[in-house]
Design a protein around this ligand. Structure first.
Ligand code: UT7
Length: 311
């Protein structure tokens, strides 16, 4: 379902004008009741395999970046492995919030380097609507559901993952949490009554961190690969907030035309946002073989990551 800003106006004390100006978001996608993250992840995985011309049986590993898995146990990736029929693949989830896809991409790239002929399916997938408090206007206007995927393997040509780095500032873990349902605060009637199973964010603090971190990561990626702004075809950032992405790109000296954005349609889909944007960028012809592309993500943890790719 498409949930527009006008729909949200009827649910909480907000307005299309406020959401558009403060975030750049106009609408987001919401999965139906009964649909879980692995359903979206499987579909994205299937399409990525088709596009790559890879059979499910050829996969060595499936990594699903998510913090909204179907259940705490088993991993979302296990459902995906079964439904794809990828019987030769190991499968695990990676939890790094909005940096999840970049983290997973980085570990998958390392796996492909050390294991001959390896093929890894990397999926970013979230059903954030299921963990969103639709009575909290400070968070419910931001998030949406989605999934995207890539297949990594040896290309046999000059395309490559040139550089990856990830980081964490665990002391800031409280900035974005789902307080209950884990082992610190197991589920109880009280946690349900107190709405403790929904996301809580300290948006303004994340905002400040994100502008500086995103621009630092873009500069780091270019410097480590000895690339200049002119060498970069496209930046595909975590779709966090237009008001974060624009100043961050400017601070890194990257013209905004080189930054792909689709936040207006999907909102912030956390681990899914980079692969969703990557897919649309490729389909729109914004990325061609040989182009240098930077993927960048950051989020609750606090965590961050950057990957520089020669497509
Ligand atoms: O991907 C990683 C996770 N993402 C995040 O953590 C989000 C990062 N942060 C953000 O994107 C922005 O901080 C927000 C979009 C969450 C908020 O934008 P902001 O410009 O930082 O707004 P604010 O929190 O400073 O609030 C400004 C005003 C406040 O009113 P007062 O105190 O100035 O009277 C809020 O109460 O806007 C009010 N407000 C709203 N008004 C209408 C907060 N939420 C809303 C709303 N509609 N939905």
């Amino acid at each position: 379902k498409v949930l527009t800003n006008f729909d949200l106006e009827k649910m909480v004390d907000t307005s299309d004008e406020w959401i558009t100006q403060r975030t750049g978001i106009k609408e987001r996608r919401i999965a139906d009741d009964g649909i879980a993250t692995s359903d979206l992840a499987t579909q994205a995985g299937q399409r990525a395999l088709e596009n790559a011309g890879v059979e499910p049986g050829e996969l060595d590993m499936i990594v699903v970046a998510t913090f909204s898995p179907d259940e705490l146990l088993p991993a979302c990736a296990c459902h995906v492995q079964h439904r794809l029929g990828a019987e030769n693949a190991g499968a695990y989830d990676l939890s790094a919030a909005c940096a999840g896809f970049v983290y997973a991409f980085s570990t998958a790239a390392d796996f492909v380097r050390v294991r001959e002929n390896a093929k890894v399916l990397v999926i970013g997938a979230e059903c954030l609507s299921k963990v969103t408090d639709f009575t909290d206007r400070t968070s419910c206007i931001i998030f949406g559901d989605g999934a995207g995927a890539v297949v990594l393997g040896e290309s046999g040509d000059s395309s490559d993952v040139l550089y990856c780095s990830v980081g964490c500032k665990g002391g800031q873990a409280g900035m974005m949490t789902i307080p209950a349902g884990g082992t610190r605060m197991p589920a109880s009637h009280k946690t349900v009554d107190d709405r403790m199973h929904f996301m809580r964010i300290r948006g303004r603090e994340v905002f400040k961190f994100a502008v500086r971190k995103m621009s630092d990561l873009l500069i780091e990626g270019m410097e480590k690969c000895s690339l200049t702004v002119d060498d970069i075809a496209l930046v595909v950032p975590h779709q966090v907030n237009l008001r974060i992405i624009e100043p961050a790109a400017e601070r890194a000296g990257i013209p905004i035309e080189k930054v792909f954005m689709n936040i207006e349609k999907y909102g912030n889909t956390s681990g899914a946002s980079v692969p969703l944007a990557l897919d649309e960028a490729v389909k729109a012809g914004r990325i061609k073989r040989g182009d240098h592309v930077i993927l960048v993500g950051f989020g609750g943890g606090l965590v961050w990551g950057v990957s520089v790719v020669r497509w």
